[in-house]
Write a protein that binds this ligand. Structure first.
Ligand SMILES: [Mg+2]
Length: 250
């Protein structure tokens, strides 16, 4: 981390808001999404950071919100499905009927995709409720077949959906939100409002969140080996944990 600006080492926790992606950022990526875990140290640091900043810490993830709670508890705000699944607020009920409609649109497509995945041992279909993901980390040869299937699925679902590529994954998700809009939405609310946002991510789907943080004068922090446009670079969750510990001890 020696090349990172001094400013980052001395970041004032009272003036900043912190937004973390989950997979690849807080937790190392595993072969199967359900095997991903948060180290005890990092969990403790994130929760301390939340306390220390009066709650100005949120998770912005591609997963369902409910999948994050077992790792970090239900107190920490989570925007799921790349920001489409935002914590309940005044717009909550309209969002719920949209969610139901999307879940119903995805259901009929799952059996054929499950069959396809079965034909590629190591590949994986993830049912995300309002969307789905095809993973091939365990079956690198299946990439072309999975991409074709993802594109066909997108055609079947229509214009309200988009294809989000990632590391060994193609994801179909609803349009109408991304991690950037989720960050901006958090920033209009206390206790985030008035602070300077710092966004931490490791993949292409984090770029809108990076742009959103920068648009408010904040910083983008990239983790891992992917060459994302960012202000700060960390090697992975372990280095993030070390940085957080140093900041919390300061
Ligand atoms: Mg990630």
């Amino acid at each position: 981390m020696k090349d990172n600006p001094k400013e980052f080492e001395a970041l004032d926790l009272d003036a900043h808001a912190f937004f973390f992606d989950f997979d690849g950022t807080l937790a190392d990526i595993a072969l199967h999404p359900r095997d991903v875990f948060l180290t005890t140290e990092l969990r403790r640091s994130i929760l301390s950071l939340s306390l220390r900043t009066g709650g100005a810490v949120a998770i912005i993830t591609g997963r369902n919100r409910a999948e994050i709670h077992p790792h970090l508890g239900e107190e920490l705000p989570v925007a799921g499905l790349h920001g489409v699944d935002f914590p309940a607020d005044a717009e909550g009920s309209a969002a719920n009927s949209d969610a139901e409609r999307r879940i119903l649109a995805v259901r009929p497509l799952l059996p054929a995709l499950a069959e396809l995945v079965k034909a590629h041992p190591g590949a994986l279909l993830e049912d995300k409720g309002q969307g789905l993901a095809l993973h091939w980390r365990g079956a690198p040869m299946a990439e072309a077949a999975m991409m074709v299937a993802a594109e066909r699925t997108l055609e079947q679902l229509g214009q309200e959906w988009s294809l989000q590529p990632g590391k060994c994954v193609a994801e179909i998700r609803p349009v109408g939100g991304d991690k950037g809009t989720a960050l901006l939405r958090f920033m209009t609310q206390p206790p985030f409002e008035g602070r300077r946002p710092i966004a931490f991510g490791d993949d292409l789907n984090d770029l809108p969140m990076f742009e959103a943080a920068r648009s408010l004068g904040g910083l983008a922090v990239a983790l891992g080996e992917r060459d994302l446009p960012a202000d700060i670079r960390l090697s992975g969750p372990a280095e993030l944990a070390e940085w957080l510990e140093r900041r919390l001890d300061a």
